[in-house]
Design a protein around this ligand. Structure first.
Ligand code: ZN
Length: 234
């Protein structure tokens, strides 16, 4: 049986998302924005109630905003995946022979000899051709499909978990050590998260940790400065 020429690639755009990485970024956001917010309020000379209120409002607003943003962005990824799937379904209907050749070529490129690649492609196509194409051509794996609601919830939870750290530091520390507690707890958490995030992404850990340390310190110093200015002006 002569092998038909491989069909040209149909220009699919598969998207992959690493939720663990998204969670690290969400927690990072929660720490930086809440620490900045709480420090700004502390620097203004506000009392415990105002600090707590601002911190909780910041946590809730940030978590909701993360959830909304994530939901919108992952929904459009899901739309792309759905369009890819639909395109694949139509191609299989219109040109099953061409699609079989395409699948064979994919297995050949992965190192199987022609005969075996054909055999694998035929067997998998008899079983569930669409599933084989979706997995091996589009690279969409079922456990990595875009799930907007899951993404929204996990980033909101990650943001809240991060935001709780400076908030708890502000609440639990004695008044005289409040600023120091927020800064130390937040920077320590940022460094740990930065290292963890770099590890997940396969990047060196020290530069990543130093980077978040730099940005985190700058954010806190700036909001603290603004809070102090507003506190003396008002
Ligand atoms: Zn295909």
């Amino acid at each position: 049986m002569p092998r038909p020429p491989a069909a040209p690639s149909s220009g699919h755009r598969g998207h992959r998302t690493n939720w663990l990485r998204a969670a690290v970024l969400g927690a990072n956001d929660g720490i930086v924005s809440t620490a900045g917010l709480v420090l700004g309020v502390v620097a203004s000379g506000a009392g415990a109630t105002a600090i707590l209120t601002a911190g909780i409002a910041g946590l809730v607003a940030g978590a909701l905003s993360m959830a909304a943003g994530e939901y919108v962005s992952v929904s459009s990824q899901r739309d792309v995946e759905r369009a890819d799937l639909e395109l694949e379904r139509r191609e299989l209907e219109v040109d099953p022979a061409g699609e079989l050749a395409e699948l064979t070529a994919i297995y050949e490129r992965r190192g199987l000899p022609t005969r075996l690649a054909q055999e694998v492609a035929v067997t998998l196509s008899e079983d569930d051709a669409l599933a084989a194409h979706v997995r091996d051509e589009l690279g969409i794996e079922d456990d990595r499909r875009a799930r907007p609601l899951q993404a929204a919830i996990s980033s909101a939870v990650a943001f809240s978990a991060g935001a709780l750290l400076p908030l708890l530091a502000a609440e639990l520390a004695p008044v005289s050590a409040r600023t120091a507690a927020i800064v130390v707890v937040s920077l320590a958490a940022l460094v740990l998260l930065g290292a963890a995030g770099a590890r997940l992404g396969g990047a060196p850990r020290t530069p990543a940790a130093l980077r978040v340390l730099g940005w985190g310190s700058a954010a806190m110093a700036i909001t603290y400065g603004i809070g102090a200015l507003v506190g003396t002006a008002v």
